[in-house]
Design a binder for this molecule. Sequence first.
Ligand code: CP
Length: 299
Amino acid sequence: MHDFVNLNDLSTDAIMSLIQNGLAYKSGEATPTAPSKLVANLFFENSTRTQSSFQVAEVKMGWERIMIDPGSSSTQKGESLSDTLKTLGALGVEVAVIRHSLNDWYEPLLAEHSDLMPHLVNAGDGNGQHPSQSLLDLMTIYEEFGHFEGLKVRIIGDLSHSRVARSNAEILKRLGAVVTFSGPENWYPAEFDQFGRYVDIDDGLDQQDVVMFLRVQHERIETVENTGFSAMNYHFNYGLTKERYNQLAPQAIIMHPAPVNRDVEIADELVESDKSRIFEQMRNGVFARMAILNAIGED
Ligand code: CP
């Protein structure tokens, strides 16, 4: 695998192989086999989980890494992302892990076909894709159920701003899951119709295998204050309340990419409840990212 920018570009076999490798690294049945690379991590948007777990994955794999601080880099003088990456390539950086607010930031870079360009890993682009989060989500679901075919997955919340929802909806449908969506209607983009139905949150909630909540992305909702957003109303109408939790099927699991707005998407007391896999998702993130880096390292 030369680059990892959109999970949906990969074949089902390639995705299953990444999941199996991630699980094998987690259980200790296998260790990464790719030769060591020099990685640069560039996070132009804030991150705790993705940034740290890529770093932990790099450390566990014994790869050399450098952190680029966008705030003190020459991007502040107007240097383009392309020139920044070709500069790093000239310095010997072989893999660049990048989070950027620009949707599809990788498209023009891949189109350049420059020998100086490091292998590109998308750590989240605007409200486009979040493929490494999607992979760890798939790994968490597969670890729980051992398959995707026929699983009922409900994705709930701020769909219009969520790169996690966009990545997951498409791939889960391809893998045979029955995906439905809930949340505020004005945050439901019609493009999601191709992946599943929009339904009221309480419609069939008791039959879902996976209930995935999305963060309300205040930083991307410019008018949230002007539209009279109320955390309490949101929680009552679209959140995981104790009443909704008690209706869930015995096998159901709760997921959230985090950070969680406690008492908004999920009641504070339920974030670490028995059905919650939120911290397991984070744990799996390290191994999923090791699988991604290993596949690139073997290219
Ligand atoms: N889930 C996720 O992408 O979290 P961070 O923004 O903290 O990386």
